[in-house]
Design a protein around this ligand. Structure first.
Ligand SMILES: [Zn+2]
Ligand SMILES: [Zn+2]
Length: 787
């Protein structure tokens, strides 16, 4: 195979960039030696854009594959990716291909160790005394030929200028492989056979079936050395008791029930998987509960993914497994409420969560457990050993990605489903089975089968993995946010909300339940309760300023799946909450929005029943229905401040909201606040296309016109499929919720576009209108009931 020489195009690539460190070199660095001059211990001249080489046209590569082993591997990688059929128009015109080498991970010293750089290199560059080296991988990109473009072999001068034309990329499709040591070894952290010449962080051949010694070794390492970060016990927090806890008994293949169980006393795994449209083979119901507790009842009766999860748990020597379909009574709303209320704790207390990342339903199974994986890793010797330098050998990766920052799980169908997000976020340790390989993620480390990453000699931060893991944990700090734990939690929540909005729920009514564990977890960190996904605190009013992210939103019709509130009724999702809408949103809970100049202008009260009362939203946590008789009386007296609201004020200001109607309104549906209301004309939509590395987004926004027809504001994005496609002009009502006074721009009013029905206003969209224009429209002061 390797007897063939590289073609002149491939031979021009400087593969030295891809070198990985050896055990010996890292040990020397850790002991204080200065090592510099050879990759990865070297900085390239282009820090932000990696080096690139021309590979000629795709047709040339196809022809050269007969003789050049790298061209042959490129063709194989391209064919495995299905890119030729997905981008058939581009490939029909024989595109130009180039090879890029770019940073994949930062390489840092282990805790309490510093690496030294020669003074000549570090001068003026790393004044904080800490720095990283970088591990690199090779990507391939294709674009259409432009006249005048060189087709000669050689490197391409790279600049930071944004390239206007579109690219198609397979990111990180080649990594280096240590030719001498590439087989999986059992206990990699402590294996004495590891030689000082062995390379770390390189590629590894992954077998067709998973070598279970690998996940066992990962779990062992995490339990032994990751301490509190990954521990399921919180130390200070109270025991996690659940009135009925059902588990699958792995050995007995049956269901077991525990009463008033403390979750932390059980050794079990949880399963996160897709139900899909194929009905599950077996679900727990009142009618089969007794039968399923007898030994062997689950033998051959459960869906394939669940069966595989039982097998895997058994091989990992766990006594129990928790699976929603079999551990929650599917025909009992009360049991569902209890279990869903404890879902966060159930996932958090599990030893690990098995993510079934393959397929579209519960019949997909766990690839690599009994069913061999088929994707191939292509190996190429690109540089023979010379003058004491080891040879360089490439190994194609199993999951090349379409965007540099795309996480390996991003394209899985599992990641598009609503319920799976909180299952992942709450889990301390996650084993993800994809069609190609097995991945580990805990709060401290990420490991996977196709690369040799198990070492404590140095730390690595894989940009596409570590920074993109969905967690809610202030100890896992993101580099773009201040290290303050609260700031970390609000930032992480914002990312989760945005991602959640893009996911699909089979039942729209699950929208709150499927995210409630994340909100509860958030409360445990920031000590603020939530009301329909908004913080019920002094942050609530700025929270109302949430806006659509990129595309617009669609209203979630229908009612909650489970009865909610004291009326024990299935209720509609309020329009003022982002949970009441489908689509990605940007929430504004972080302090930075206040710092940037947003000043809420309303003070919200929420209506509660039994007995009927108004509660200031920032005081919801202190609301106690047993003591409200007193408050109730107070609230019927005259308000003492301009923003305070009483029930009497509502009866006299909101026609249609009678005491009878209010008593029949479920808790936490209606918000009341004093504000200004005015009318403007909408014109549009103005459409534009936003290009991102993943896909194009069609964005439509309306212009806000004043009485003279001047453009004085802009609405948030609307779904272009939802809004009328042609030019529309219509009169609409807006209510103010905040001022926005950024330093360098004219002051704006943040307003909600509302529609009134039977005395209640409903949010349609958000908009910003110039403050000056708002004031000259002569708005009225009103008491608004927002539903
Ligand atoms: Zn070649
Ligand atoms: Zn860990």
């Amino acid at each position: 195979m390797d007897n063939h020489k590289l073609c002149s195009y491939c031979a021009a690539i400087d593969f030295e960039y891809l070198q990985n460190p050896t055990v010996d070199s890292i040990l020397r660095l850790n002991k204080g030696a200065e090592i510099y001059g050879e990759y990865p211990f070297k900085f390239d001249t282009s820090d932000l854009v990696g080096p690139r080489w021309r590979l000629g046209t795709q047709q040339r590569i196809d022809e050269s594959a007969a003789t050049c082993p790298l061209c042959r591997a490129i063709v194989a990688v391209l064919d495995d990716s299905n890119l030729r059929s997905q981008k058939s128009a581009l490939f029909a015109e024989n595109p130009i291909c180039q090879a890029d080498i770019y940073w994949s991970a930062a390489l840092k010293p282990p805790s309490e160790t510093q690496w030294k750089l020669p003074a000549s290199v570090s001068q003026g560059r790393f004044d904080r005394g800490s720095f990283s080296f970088y591990l690199r991988r090779m990507s391939l990109r294709w674009h259409s030929f432009e006249s005048g473009e060189s087709l000669e072999p050689g490197s391409i001068e790279t600049t930071l200028d944004v390239v206007p034309r579109s690219w198609t990329v397979l990111n990180e499709c080649f990594q280096t492989l240590d030719p001498e040591h590439h087989a999986a070894t059992a206990d990699l952290f402590h294996d004495e056979r590891i030689l000082s010449s062995q390379q770390l962080f390189g590629g590894r051949k992954r077998p067709a079936l998973i070598d279970l010694e690998l996940p066992k070794c990962w779990l062992k390492e995490c339990l032994a050395n990751h301490g509190q970060n990954c521990s399921r016990k919180d130390g200070v927090r109270k025991p996690k008791i659940i009135s009925v806890f059902r588990l699958i008994d792995i050995e007995d293949k049956s269901l077991v029930e525990f009463q008033n169980a403390d979750l932390e006393n059980f050794r079990y795994a949880t399963l996160s998987y897709i139900w899909g449209i194929t009905p599950q083979r077996l679900q727990l119901k009142h009618g089969n509960l007794r039968a399923l507790t007898s030994a062997g009842a689950l033998n051959g009766t459960v869906s394939k993914t669940i069966e595989d999860a039982i097998t895997f748990s058994s091989r990992m020597r766990l006594p129990y497994l928790w699976v929603d379909a079999l551990c929650i009574l599917q025909d009992d709303d009360d049991d569902k409420s209890t279990q869903i209320g404890s879902m966060g704790d159930i996932y958090k207390c599990a030893l690990f969560t098995i993510v079934a990342g393959s397929g579209h339903d519960a019949e997909a199974g766990l690839p690599g457990l009994n069913l061999p994986r088929t994707a191939e890793q292509h190996e190429v010797l690109v540089k023979p050993a010379t003058h004491g330098r080891p040879p360089i050998r490439l190994l194609s990766t199993l999951t090349p990605r379409r965007s540099h920052w795309a996480h390996y799980a991003e394209d899985l169908h599992w990641s598009s489903r609503g319920w799976t997000l909180q299952e992942k976020v709450l889990s301390r340790r996650v084993l993800t089975f994809t069609d190609q390989q097995l991945f580990w993620a805990c709060r401290k480390c990420q490991w996977w089968e196709e690369a040799f990453l198990e070492t404590n000699l140095a730390k690595t931060n894989w940009f596409s993995v570590q920074e993109r893991e969905f967690v809610l944990d202030p100890s896992v700090a993101h580099s773009c946010v201040p290290e303050d734990p609260q700031a970390q939690v609000w930032y992480q929540l914002a990312r989760l909300v945005r991602d959640y909005g893009e996911r699909r729920l089979t039942i729209q009514g699950d929208a709150h339940d499927a995210f409630s564990a994340v909100l509860n977890e958030c409360t445990s960190f920031v000590q603020e309760p939530f009301l329909w996904g908004l913080p019920a605190s002094a942050r609530f009013e700025i929270g109302l300023c949430w806006e659509p992210y990129r595309e617009g939103l669609a209203r979630r019709e229908g009612l909650t799946t489970l009865p909610a509130t004291t009326l024990k009724r299935k209720v509609p999702f309020p329009s003022w909450s982002w949970i009441g809408w489908e689509g990605a949103v940007v929430i504004r809970f972080e302090d930075k929005y206040i710092d940037e100049g947003i000043e809420p202008q309303v003070l919200c009260y929420i209506l509660r029943n039994s007995p009927l009362r108004l509660v200031k939203v920032s005081r919801v946590a202190a609301d106690n229905p047993r003591h409200v008789q007193v408050n109730f009386m107070i609230q019927n007296t005259k308000p003492t401040t301009p923003l305070a609201i009483t029930l009497d004020a509502i009866y006299s200001n909101c026609p249609g909201l009678t005491p009878d109607r209010m008593s029949d309104t479920p808790d936490d549906e209606l918000l009341f606040f004093w504000t200004e209301i005015s009318r403007f004309t909408l014109s549009g939509p103005v459409k534009r296309t936003l290009r991102t590395s993943q896909r194009d987004h069609e964005i439509g926004q309306f212009e806000v016109l004043d009485a003279e027809g001047n453009v004085v504001g802009l609405t948030g994005a609307c779904r272009t499929t939802v809004v009328e496609a042609r030019g529309v002009k219509k009169d609409v009502e807006f209510v103010v919720i905040a001022n926005n006074r950024p330093i360098q721009y004219p002051p704006q009013k943040i307003v909600l576009q509302v529609e009134q029905r039977d005395g209640v206003a409903y949010r349609v969209n958000i908009a910003e209108i110039r403050e000056e224009s708002w004031n000259s429209s002569i708005p009225n002061r009103v008491l608004i009931a927002l539903g």
